[in-house]
Design a protein around this ligand. Structure first.
Ligand SMILES: CC(C)(COP(=O)(O)OP(=O)(O)OC[C@H]1O[C@@H](n2cnc3c(N)ncnc32)[C@H](O)[C@@H]1OP(=O)(O)O)[C@@H](O)C(=O)NCCC(=O)NCCS
Length: 171
């Protein structure tokens, strides 16, 4: 299968925080943001592989700054690495000051999607070829994050997680 670049899967979704998206203190409800993150990331994964995809794991989400009602929120997703049937996707979330156009990063999320056939069985996906420095950094860290996710999900033994061991133990 021909490799694809992260820019080929880039997906940008812009939303405005309406009253029904907020929590009791007037900020964007975390669950609503997760919905936007999941759908934006799923489209990026679908663009990479050209298949139906399902969310296999939400590997990381950070809520760094509260997002106020009426804010304009932009979610920017791209595939950061592809394995056999699974793809890691990064989503960067920005809040825009519509008067100045300045964007502040508020959140980051990392998710894993799997391409499936009509019976729900995993299908192979194209490899990913990172281009920019940031894409290369995210690509390099993806194997470590995959092993951590599989260990937490009980799908890999901790002793087989070579990338994690390399982080914590020296020979
Ligand atoms: C995700 C799913 C398709 C995996 O199916 P499976 O029969 O367990 O398949 P496998 O064990 O071969 O795993 C398939 C891939 O998923 C990856 N995977 C599964 N769980 C994972 C996890 N928690 N973290 C990271 N990767 C995971 C595997 O590493 C494998 O990747 P690879 O092919 O690139 O090596 C299946 O578990 C499923 O359908 N889950 C429900 C998905 C869903 O409903 N999501 C929410 C709504 S969209």
């Amino acid at each position: 299968m021909k490799a694809k670049t992260p820019s080929q899967s880039t997906t940008i979704n812009t939303e405005v925080v309406l009253p029904n998206h907020t929590n009791h203190i007037g900020n964007l409800f975390g669950g609503k943001l997760m919905q936007w993150v999941d759908i934006t990331a799923a489209i990026a994964a679908q663009r990479h592989c050209g298949r139906v995809v399902v969310t296999a794991a939400i590997n990381h989400v950070s809520f760094d700054n509260p997002i106020k009602q009426n804010s304009v929120v932009t979610l920017n997703a791209h595939v950061s690495r592809a394995f056999t049937s699974s793809m890691e996707v990064f989503v960067d979330v920005y809040v825009e000051n519509t008067s100045t156009g300045a964007k502040t990063k508020c959140n980051e999320a990392i998710l894993t999607f799997v391409a499936i056939d009509q019976n729900g069985a995993p299908l192979p996906v194209p490899p990913l070829e990172p281009e920019t420095e940031l894409e290369k950094k995210r690509y390099d860290g993806a194997l470590r994050r995959r092993q951590l996710s599989l260990v937490i999900a009980g799908r890999m033994k901790a002793e087989d997680a070579t990338e994690l061991k390399a982080l914590f133990f020296k020979d």
